[in-house]
Design a binder for this molecule. Sequence first.
Ligand code: SF4
Ligand code: SF4
Length: 378
Amino acid sequence: MEEAFSYFNLCTVCGTCRADCTIYKIKKLESLSPRSRIILAGLLAQNRIDISPRVIEAYFTCTLCDMCHNKCPSGVDVPKIVKIIRNYLIQNKKAPKPITDLLNVIKNSKNIFNIDNEDRLAWTEEIEEIINDKINKSAKIAFYIGCQGSFKGSIFPMPVSMVKILNKLKIDFTILGEEEWCCGNPIALTGNLGDDFIQFAKHNIDKMNELGVEKILFTCPGCYRTWKFIYPQALKIKKLPFELIHSTEFIDDLIKQGKLNIENKYSKRIGYQDPCELGRMSGIFDPPRNILKSIPDIQFIELEDSRMNSACCGGGGLCKVTYNFLSEEIAKYKINMFKNSNVETIITSCPACFDNLSSVIDDNIEIKDIHELILDLL
Ligand code: SF4
Ligand code: SF4
C-alpha cells in the first residue's frame, strides 16, 4: 500500500487519463475513471475510507489496458496500483466471487476452465496426424498454446492454423501437452507474484528445459507477455534462457526470409485490432501489419486511434470475469470504430480480442484470426 500512497501523492488530479480510458468514455462515471482509481487507492492506504461495493467495482472493472499509464503526464502507473489494490481486496476477502472462484480453479486444475488438465490436447483432434509425434519430445522450438487455445472450441483454429503453417514449412517443434500449465497471467493480474504465481512459472520453465527447448512460440499475447516480462520479474532474474517470440513476429520473419509466401488475395477491406498486451505493453506493432500488408493487393485500413492509442477490446484484465456486460459494451464500442472506418473484416492476433469482439459481432462486419487468414491464403 506504500506504493499506492506514493502514486496518490504524485497524481495532480489533472484528469488527462480519463480522456482515453474506454470504460470512462462509455460509462461517463468518475468512480470508474483512472483518476478515481488512484484517489481511492490513496484513501484506502490511509484508512480514510471503507471498502464499499463502489470501491470493489472500481478495481475489478479495469481492463488493465495500460492506456492511462501511457498518457499520464506525471508518470502515474494506474494499472500497477489497480493490481496492488486488487490484491489488498482479495487479502481482505472483499474480491468479487467470480474472481476468487477463478483463482481457486487455476490453483486446482492448472487451467482457467476447471477442466482436467489431461484434456489439454482437445484442440488437436483435427490435426492428430501432425501432432502425435510432437508431444513432449525434445526440440529446439516449442509452441506454448495457452488455456484459451487448448480448451475453448471457438479458439481452436488459432493454434491449429499455426501448427498447419509450421507443418507446411517442415519446421520441427514440440508442445508440452498435458504437462503445459496455465501461464499464471490471471494470478499476476490480481497483483500476486508470490508463490501462487511462481509455481506456474517454475513448472512451465522446467518442462521446457527438460525438452532442450531454445525458442518458445506463442499465439496468445497474454502468455507471451507473462513469459517475457512477468516470469523474470517474479523470479528476480534478468531474462529466461529461451528466445520468446510471438507468432506474428515468427510469421513476419518467415515472410522476410522468403520462406513463406502469401499467394492469394483477400478481397475485403481489413483493419487490425492491436491487443493491449502485444502492442502497447510489448511493443509489437509492425509484425502483424507487415504480414497483412504482404497479402497481394490488400486494402488495409489503419484506425485513427491505433498502435499506442488503440482502444482495448474489453476482453482483458479480468474485467470480463465479473463484469461481462461491460466487456461487451467496450467490444461494441470498438467494433463501431472499425465500422466507422469502413472496415469489412477485423483481424485479430489474440484469443481474448477474438473471443470478446466475436461475442457481440453482427452481420455488418466480420472477424478473423490472423493465423487462420494466412493459412487460407497460402
Ligand atoms: S493523468 Fe496522471 S496525474 Fe492526471 S489525473 Fe490521471 S493519474 Fe492523475
Ligand atoms: S488501465 Fe485502461 S481500463 Fe484501466 S483505468 Fe487505465 S485506461 Fe482505464
